[in-house]
Write a protein that binds this ligand. Structure first.
Ligand code: NAP
Length: 292
């Protein structure tokens, strides 16, 4: 029997609905809407589209979008100064610096300069450390979206065999920490894994994030597994995932399509993170007596 195809757009819409209600409540509490600062450096057309979508999504749920678009020739020092101002601003709850940055700028230096409490992309070493240690903090958006997709299917990772293909800081490693935190037994595969098919066949939850078109064939999928395909690969056949969907859909219990699976979750989780950041800052300010 063919698997349930998980509708990422519908799950993302439901997250946005939840966020909209939380924004309303928080706006009344703070006396101002939560604010997300976006920084777009230079004129990369793809980055411009991503940032525009994020800003539009903010406005749809009532989050204030505070946008900065410095010239592509900005120096690292001046960009650090801008991030410093946003770190210090009481109106800004979350900061998103769109990557990639121009060659004269060391992205790691900029990312590391973000206030971890405003790091809504969850990219700073402090955010990564908090997540790895199971401490509260801001979690990268795509991995968090994967957990929402599992929850939407009623899949509780506790006690289950989970396999992740890919160990990047952006996807594989944070998904590992989230699934481990949810009490799954987690295995992480990468390019040196000896028998990928054998490991993947153990998975009740299989997350493919390798950036290799149709790497996961139907025979690598355990019957009834929940398959989350993070891959977005542009090929002559159009946009395809890391999973051979047509074969895997016949074996899995539930599977995300590409596009329309994980992709729509990323912006929804960015909005959720902005609200979470505002809430945490407000709580911290209330305890310290500072304004929020
Ligand atoms: P990445 O940084 O390139 O990492 C890829 C990982 O896959 C690496 O750990 C690599 O292993 C592993 N890998 C590559 N080929 C493999 C193979 N043949 N067998 C086993 N493992 C293999 O990629 P990423 O940033 O994590 O992104 C992964 C995919 O997700 C990409 O297609 C990306 O476009 C997509 N993505 C989608 C979203 C979304 O919103 N939908 C968000 C983020 C990323 P090594 O470490 O050994 O090299």
């Amino acid at each position: 029997m063919a698997a349930t195809v998980i509708d990422g757009k519908a799950v993302a819409a439901s997250v946005c609905g939840r966020v909209r209600a939380e924004v309303e409540e928080l706006t009344a509490e703070l006396g101002r809407p939560p604010g997300l600062a976006t920084v777009l450096v230079g004129d990369d057309p793809a980055s411009a589209i991503y940032v525009r979508r994020k800003r539009e999504a903010c406005e749809e749920v009532g989050i204030r979008s505070i946008h900065h678009e410095p010239d592509g020739s900005i120096s690292q020092e001046d960009l650090l100064e801008l991030v410093g101002e946003l770190n210090d601003s009481d109106e800004v709850d979350g900061i998103l610096v769109q990557l990639p940055l121009p060659d004269q700028i060391d992205s790691a230096v900029i990312v590391n300069s973000l206030d971890p409490d405003k790091d809504v992309d969850g990219l700073t070493p402090i955010s990564a450390g908090r997540l790895a240690r199971g401490e509260p903090g801001l979690v990268p958006c795509t991995p968090q979206g994967i957990m929402e997709l599992l929850a939407s299917q009623g899949v509780d990772p506790s006690g289950r065999e989970a396999v992740i293909v890919g160990r990047s800081n952006l996807v594989g490693r944070p998904v590992f920490s989230l699934l481990l935190g949810a009490n799954a037994t987690v295995t992480i595969c990468h390019s040196r894994t000896r028998d990928l098919g054998e490991v993947c066949r153990r998975a009740e939850i299989l997350v493919a994030a390798a950036g290799q078109p149709r790497l996961i064939t139907g025979d690598m999928v355990r019957p009834g597994a929940t398959v989350i395909d993070v891959g977005t690969n542009r090929t002559d056949d159009g946009l395809v995932g890391d999973v051979d969907f047509d074969a895997a859909v016949e074996v899995a219990g539930a599977i995300t399509p590409v596009p329309g699976g994980v992709g729509p979750m990323t912006i929804a989780m960015l909005l959720a993170n902005t609200v979470e950041a505002a809430r945490l800052r407000h709580k911290a300010a209330a305890t310290s007596g500072r304004p929020s």
